[in-house]
Write a protein that binds this ligand. Structure first.
Ligand SMILES: Cc1cc2nc3c(=O)[nH]c(=O)nc-3n(C[C@H](O)[C@H](O)[C@H](O)COP(=O)(O)O)c2cc1C
Length: 282
């Protein structure tokens, strides 16, 4: 499925792009077809709440280049990513870096507590390509940064009139990563009172992939029932829940395990270390 290309989609006027961006492979840029001619004039930044821990360093996970050896880029596709106020900012950063690196278009919506988490866990005050994906950003030329910036489209969570709130806006799937219990519940009851939950509802009604990376522990019965409701409605519950059979050696490996699963669900190729290979029993 390639809705964006099939329908000659354009970068929406209501959305605004992050200030800068990057992508690894020049080939992916040369074949990128989304128009974003008005994006630079609509550039805005989102500001997180002020916080005394502002000086915190970016995570080592985010500083990594998106991939060591990127697979050949597929045709560009369009995804929606929601970041809510559950722990796990690094998952979202890693996912964004890989999607953008491969030349895809990403529509990002961050809840108020999602902004706080980005700040608390990654020191991000202003959400843009450079802050969200610093490793990727550094690896790109100026031209590639400009192109990737156009492909990272940031939508205010309060704007339920943004394009991703409409089923007429074609995309290839939405991931809520990380997803709080609060957002899980709001999506499960069909609340569209903010853009993140509205976009998720729309993704379900349009029968597109909705991947919910819920993070909480332990789970109460309400969370479990909300997961059941969403699973029955067509969502995939993909909680960050690392396997250790690949013998992770770092936090990077643990992050990649979950992000690789999400990419598999989106049918995005990747070379993250997530696959079990047969070992003979001793
Ligand atoms: C530092 C911090 C960490 C949090 N971690 C989680 C979490 O892992 N899971 C969760 O469900 N809520 C977590 N919360 C609570 C949510 O942020 C809170 O319920 C919020 O209302 C969620 O709103 P949102 O879904 O619109 O982002 C955390 C809050 C803070 C401040």
């Amino acid at each position: 499925m390639n809705h964006a290309l099939a329908h000659g989609a354009r970068t929406p006027r209501l959305a605004f792009a992050g200030r800068r961006s990057r992508s690894l492979c020049s080939h992916s840029f040369s074949c990128f077809l989304f128009s974003a001619s008005s994006a630079s004039s609509a550039v805005k930044r989102l500001h997180t709440e002020s916080n005394p821990r502002a000086a915190r360093e970016q995570s080592p996970v985010a500083k990594r280049p998106a991939k060591k050896t990127p697979p050949t880029p597929a045709a560009p596709r369009r995804f929606v990513v929601g970041v809510s106020g559950a722990s796990g900012a690094w998952y979202a950063q890693r996912l964004l870096a890989i999607l953008l690196e491969q030349g895809h278009e990403v529509h990002l919506v961050v809840s108020d507590y999602g902004k706080r988490l980005l700040f608390d866990e990654s020191g991000i005050k202003t959400i843009d390509l450079e802050s969200m994906c610093p490793g990727l950003y550094k690896s790109l030329s100026a031209t590639q940064r400009a192109d990737a910036t156009r492909r990272l489209v940031l939508h205010p969570n309060k704007d339920v009139g943004a394009v991703i709130a409409s089923g007429s806006f074609l995309h290839d799937g939405m991931v809520v990563i990380p997803c709080s219990s609060s957002s899980l519940g709001a999506i499960a009851i069909g609340s569209g009172s903010n853009l993140l939950t509205r976009a998720a509802m729309v993704t379900l009604k349009e029968r597109r992939p909705l991947i919910i990376c819920h993070r909480e522990m332990p789970l109460n019965l309400i969370d479990i029932r909300n997961m059941e409701t969403l699973a029955l409605a067509g969502a995939t519950i993909c909680s960050p829940n690392p396997g250790f059979y690949l013998l992770p050696k770092s936090i990077d490996d643990i992050i990649d395990f979950t992000v690789g699963k999400v990419l598999d669900l989106l049918k995005v190729e990747h070379d993250l270390k997530t696959r079990w290979e047969h070992h003979d029993a001793e």
